[in-house]
Write a protein that binds this ligand. Structure first.
Ligand code: ADP
Ligand code: ZN
Length: 839
């Protein structure tokens, strides 16, 4: 494309947010033809550094304002305005800009993350055959791979990527072919990938005298008259429905339209995402705890108070009922309620409860919907009049202009943190939205995030407790079995994965015709150091996180501060030689279970068995229909499923999660085990939960027996305080990656020293480290290998800035962020000023 010599007359400037990692907005001229729609909140197509991008107009400046005319002349024009009405409100844009600057995210990345997906036309750059290329192909002037590439383009333009996929050798060749004029670049506009469904409708033409026409002009056409009356009765009727009733109706319609009695139109016809109708429910009489909680929430809803509540109650304690009552208040005020859930499966449950109470007037937004369906739901909300929205964290960007309440259910779930690009946490955006809308936020959980619970202690938020399960639903019986004491030797001197009490329980459950879930809390971390004979795992003496084994150097390393030491000859716990590394996998567990229970029908659910699409659903369906007696799985089985036939849940190694290199390892373990335990008890028959562990007295495991969150909280809080981890300090995580290990490490070192790196600590058998007060108020840890130290051929290093001096940590993080903009192009960096998962 060549630039025109004279720029077309323009109508002012717009400042545009673009999805690029530069913390700034970009100015474009508005061409005359696009002036009417070039308004804040509308999307635009622009060219940025030669690349076509979709951006968002944040501000419009009149031609005369600020900019000198010469500068305007230099600016590029925007190509096209996509929208005729805003996709983000002014408040939403302001809120996102504030949130982005708080977490050091480039403004354009934040704003474009909030745009509805798939509804803008996509402009792509592709390669096409030039006339010269066509000739070369015809005359046989090119051969080999070049010929192959050119002939692929005979069918039409294609992207460099797709060509390289078909002819791997093409990658290096494309450039040469383009330079030689055999290929040329073209811009192709592709239709939006998401399409909202609409239907043709017919309605009575305005100002028609129905009776007069039927007796007059249509007196001899009774069928047309009848159809006209029917349309008049309904106001607007779907053409497809009329055709389905009687095919002849189409001809009659045509005749009516010709006479000018009806007009054809198009109307949005969103697909049904709710499913079969649900029966209406009747609200329960509130328990005293529920009533007390609502006595705080309801006045806040009515008064539009910007307060946050923590609704703290075990599963089955009636939290959802409290949400429903609060939503009732919101609807009575004519306002809207937004309910967030972490998982798709949980969406279905809460949607069913809401429909049973309030009917179908709601929009649902989550990743289980197709792009088109999601767009339809979004459009419904924008059209107004939809009082309830339910969805995953991104539902926070939905067009709700009359918010009366935000609920975040299972608020402790790490799914509330967006882990790439705009690394926002739902809690923070919800608080900002609530502040601008003037409404309360309710956070619900049985095991609140430690920071949330602490905020309740310091009275930044108000904690409302639902102390007991409703009615006769008791909490399930949780038993803890000591793996050291109760295990028998299986083959080859190795101990069995299953203790005697758990084996007995599985046998009894099988005999009763019940189902068992065996749960192994383990991710794909083969480098985890964990002795499966005694449960011992080595930890960093400075950071108190688990060490990770690095096979290449044969060393254990801390992924926070890069402390390192050689692995011990013998396990530090049980003294067995060579058993210190690696735990047990689901495969070994399956094998052993099959040997022990040869007649049982056993299935496994983990990353290996669920590669195929739909495999997870199939396995879970098998459990639901009773075709599986024992299901063995990773945490994929822990969440969101209710299977009434499951009477026994066995957690094979309850402490395994404690050995993840994450300072939240204990919190995650307690939450997960409590969740697993809560799940068993939801069935009609009271469930049984057996936790096998090497550390039965650990503060993250023992309190699971009595569902005693407070006991866990008290201990964990002191641990965090001692090491200045949140909520007492801040942690900023920087991960820098590159293909060249040495270069990446060098850049990482430079970044770390720029913010005052703390010298790394290596193994010193003499050193005695005191546990008390060993965390300075500010330290820069690393570079150390990131928990995933190598990912897709890139070496990854991690730098942590941590300390109780939060202002200093913040300032250093900001310095890092600005240094990152000068990073060599082949290196990538991600900065998270409030990481939730450190893995
Ligand atoms: P949670 O959201 O804490 O898991 P729910 O609100 O789903 O708890 O309540 C658990 C069960 O108890 C549900 O079946 C619900 O219908 C019922 N329930 C809730 N509140 C009451 C109440 N006040 N009286 C009787 N049953 C109730
Ligand atoms: Zn360390």
């Amino acid at each position: 494309m060549t630039e025109p010599l004279f720029s077309a007359p323009s109508r002012g400037l717009v400042r545009v947010a673009l999805p690029v990692p530069i913390d700034s907005l970009f100015d474009y001229r508005v061409p005359e033809s696009q002036a009417a729609n070039a308004l804040p909140g509308h999307r635009v197509q622009v060219s940025f550094g030669g690349r076509p991008l979709v951006g968002l107009i944040c501000e419009r400046l009149p031609e005369s304002a600020r900019e000198a005319p010469e500068r305007i002349g230099e600016l590029a024009s925007l190509d096209k305005v996509i929208d005729s009405s805003p996709v983000l409100s002014a408040e939403m844009m302001r809120m996102l800009r504030d949130a982005a600057s708080e977490i050091l995210c480039p403004v354009g990345i934040a704003l474009t993350t909030a745009l509805p997906r798939g509804s803008a036309p996509r402009v792509v750059r592709q390669l096409a055959l030039s006339p010269r290329g066509e000739r070369a192909l015809r005359t046989g002037a090119v051969e080999g791979f070049a010929r192959k590439v050119l002939s692929l383009l005979e069918g039409g333009p294609a992207s460099p990527g797709s060509l390289a996929r078909k002819v791997p050798q093409a990658q290096t060749m494309l450039h040469t072919l383009e330079r030689d004029g055999l290929l040329m670049r073209v811009q192709q506009e592709l239709a939006p990938s998401a399409k909202a469904r609409s239907e043709r409708t017919v309605s009575i033409a305005p100002g028609i005298d129905l009776a007069g026409i039927c007796q007059g002009e249509l007196a001899r056409a009774p069928k047309q008259a009848e159809l006209l009356r029917r349309i008049a009765q309904h106001g607007s009727v779907s053409v497809a429905n009329l055709r389905a009733d009687r095919p002849q109706n189409v001809n009659l319609l045509r005749a009516l339209e010709k006479r000018g009695f009806v007009t054809l139109g198009v109307q949005a016809a969103p697909r049904d995402v709710l499913g079969p109708p649900v029966e209406r429910d009747r609200p329960h009489e509130l328990t005293a705890d529920q009533a007390a909680a609502l006595a705080k929430i309801v006045p806040a809803v009515r008064a539009g108070t910007r307060s946050t509540f923590l609704l703290h109650g075990v599963t089955g304690s009636g939290k959802t009922e409290v949400y429903l009552r609060a939503v009732r208040e919101v609807l009575d005020l004519g306002k809207q309620a937004l309910l967030l859930v972490p998982e798709i499966t949980l969406t279905h449950q809460i949607v069913a409860r809401l429909r049973a109470r309030f009917g179908d007037g709601m929009a649902v937004l989550h990743s289980g919907l197709s792009q088109g369906e999601r767009l339809e739901q979004w459009q419904r909300l924008r059209a107004g009049g939809t009082p309830i929205a339910v969805g995953a964290r991104s539902a926070l960007f939905a067009p709700l202009d009359n918010l009366g309440l935000i609920v975040i259910d299972e608020e402790h779930d790490s799914a509330y943190k967006n882990d790439e690009g705009f690394r926002y946490r739902a809690h923070d955006l919800a608080a900002r939205l609530a502040k601008s809308a003037g409404c309360p936020v309710v956070l619900g959980s049985a095991t609140p995030c430690l920071e949330t619970r602490y905020a309740a202690q310091t009275s930044a938020i108000e904690r409302l407790v639902l102390a007991e399960r409703i009615g006769s639903l008791g909490l399930p019986r949780v038993e803890i079995v000591d793996m050291v004491r109760d295990r028998e030797l299986a083959t080859r001197g190795k101990r069995s994965c299953l203790t005697a009490p758990l084996r007995r329980a599985i046998g009894e459950t099988l005999a009763d015709g019940g189902q068992t879930i065996l749960f192994l809390n383990r991710r794909g971390f083969s480098t985890q150091v964990y002795c499966f004979e005694c449960g011992f795992g080595e930890r960093c003496p400075h950071c108190e996180v688990s060490l990770v084994f690095h096979a290449a150097q044969q060393r254990l390393r801390c992924h926070y501060c890069d402390y390192g030491k050689p692995p011990s000859e013998k396990c530090g716990g049980c003294g067995q030689p060579g058993s210190a590394l690696l735990g047990v996998g689901t495969e070994r567990l399956e094998e052993e279970t099959r040997t022990l229970f040869p007649a049982a029908r056993i299935a496994r659910l983990d990353r290996d068995t669920t590669q195929r699409r739909g495999a997870t659903a199939e396995i879970l369906a098998g459990l639901g229909s009773g075709e599986i007696d024992i299901l063995i799985g990773t945490q994929m089985v822990a969440k969101g499923h209710d299977f009434p036939g499951v009477r026994l849940v066995g957690v094979v190694a309850a402490d395994m999660g404690l050995h993840m290199p994450d300072f939240r390892a204990a919190e995650r373990t307690f939450q997960l085990l409590t969740q697993v335990a809560g799940r068993a008890g939801r069935a009609k028959l009271s469930g049984r939960v057996i936790l096998q562990t090497f550390v039965p007295d650990h503060y993250a495991i023992k309190p699971v027996i009595d569902h005693d969150y407070e006991a866990f909280y008290a201990t964990e809080l002191e641990f965090r305080r001692g090491l200045s981890y949140p909520p007492f300090g801040r942690v900023t995580q920087l991960i820098i990656s590159g293909v060249d290990e040495a270069k990446t490490l060098q850049a990482a070192r430079q970044l770390a020293s720029g913010v005052g790196a703390t010298p790394s600590k290596d193994w010193n058998p003499e050193a005695q480290i005191s546990v008390e007060n060993r965390a300075p108020s500010y330290e820069v840890l690393g570079p150390a290998p990131a928990p995933l130290s190598r990912l897709r051929d890139r070496y990854r290093f991690q730098i942590l800035i941590k300390g109780s001096d939060t202002e200093r940590v913040k300032a250093a993080s900001a310095r890092l962020a600005s240094a990152l903009t000068r990073l060599p192009r082949e290196l990538r960096a991600t900065l998270d000023v409030a990481p939730v998962s450190m893995l």
